[in-house]
Write a protein that binds this ligand. Structure first.
Ligand SMILES: Nc1ncnc2c1ncn2[C@@H]1O[C@H](COP(=O)(O)OP(=O)(O)O)[C@@H](O)[C@H]1O
Ligand SMILES: [Mg+2]
Length: 275
């Protein structure tokens, strides 16, 4: 499937239909597409050239431009970073399934890399966005997915905020699931009942206002089929070279089935006062 193919989705309540074309296309319901479509990471075949733009990040992210003019953030698959791509794949596919906003994504084959569609005019989370987001409920869904995947890396830099030119308003989306526990299946198994702590999540993120949406999203995660979870892990391991597909799938299924408990626990931590 090409990156620009239409995706279908059985996504639950996609209230967050993105307004900008760099975001993953909204679910196309009723177009007769296969359910498989949204469980496949598209491959970009055009030649990608690195631009001089410098990006900060631990995975040596690069801003690249394709022959077709599309811009991406590229993280190359290199030893050590390869496994982290499995977290990106699981995060992206489950986000799509659950109606959680993330930039459009793809992979490239030579070099093997994870691609996130460049969001022009974006900035990291800052306190100012506590009150001015058009899609604040999506923050709850992002936090819910983090709780399930044990993503300890939801820092301000990994919450992308983009101006929506049509609405002159701000829209949030999630990037960077690379360090999520699901990327490291052996550890994920040991931590299978662990509740996520606040970690680097900024205190200005209004978790108390998005609790309900987070719980709804947790219920949707609990309802994902075993088949979906296995497909997601198969993709993740095929693209990343991660060899622990069975463990990943078994633990991920456990985390999804118990998502409500993990999300409730995470939100209890988020409600704790600063010590
Ligand atoms: N789709 C995107 N659009 C715009 N900027 C992005 C996008 N993806 C990543 N970035 C920028 O690149 C930085 C590094 O990307 P990230 O995926 O977080 O890599 P790392 O794993 O190295 O932290 C982000 O903090 C953000 O500033
Ligand atoms: Mg990052």
């Amino acid at each position: 499937m090409r990156a620009d193919s239409t995706r279908s989705s059985t996504a639950w309540k996609p209230t967050n239909v993105p307004a900008q074309n760099w975001l993953a296309p909204p679910p196309a319901i009723g177009l007769g597409c296969s359910v498989l479509d949204d469980l496949i990471v598209p491959v970009v075949h055009s030649r990608l050239t690195a631009s001089p733009l410098k990006l900060a990040g631990s995975c040596r992210p690069e801003h690249v431009v394709g022959d077709d003019g599309r811009e991406w953030v590229r993280k190359k698959h290199v030893d050590g970073l390869g496994v982290q791509i499995s977290g990106e794949v699981v995060g992206a596919l489950l986000a799509t399934k659950l109606g959680i906003p993330i930039p459009e994504y793809a992979t490239s084959e030579r070099p093997r890399a994870w691609l996130s569609r460049w969001a022009p005019g974006s900035s990291p989370w800052s306190e100012a966005h506590n009150t001015d987001l058009v899609n604040e409920p999506d923050l709850g869904r992002i936090l819910a997915l983090d709780a399930v995947l044990l993503n300890t890396d939801r820092s301000a830099r990994n919450i992308l905020v983009t101006i929506d030119p049509e609405e002159s308003s701000w829209r949030v989306s999630a990037i960077d699931f690379g360090m999520a526990g699901v990327s490291f299946p052996a550890r994920f198994n040991i931590d299978r009942d662990r509740v996520l702590q606040r970690g680097p999540l900024p205190r200005s993120v209004p978790a108390h206002r998005v609790h309900e949406e987070a719980i709804e999203c947790a219920h949707a995660a609990a309802d994902l089929t075993s088949w979906t979870i296995k497909q997601v892990c198969a993709q993740a391991c095929a693209l990343s070279g991660n060899t622990m597909e069975a463990t990943m799938a078994e633990v991920l299924e456990h985390r999804c089935r118990n998502a409500v408990r993990f999300v409730e626990g995470y939100f209890r931590h988020l409600a704790e006062p600063e010590s």
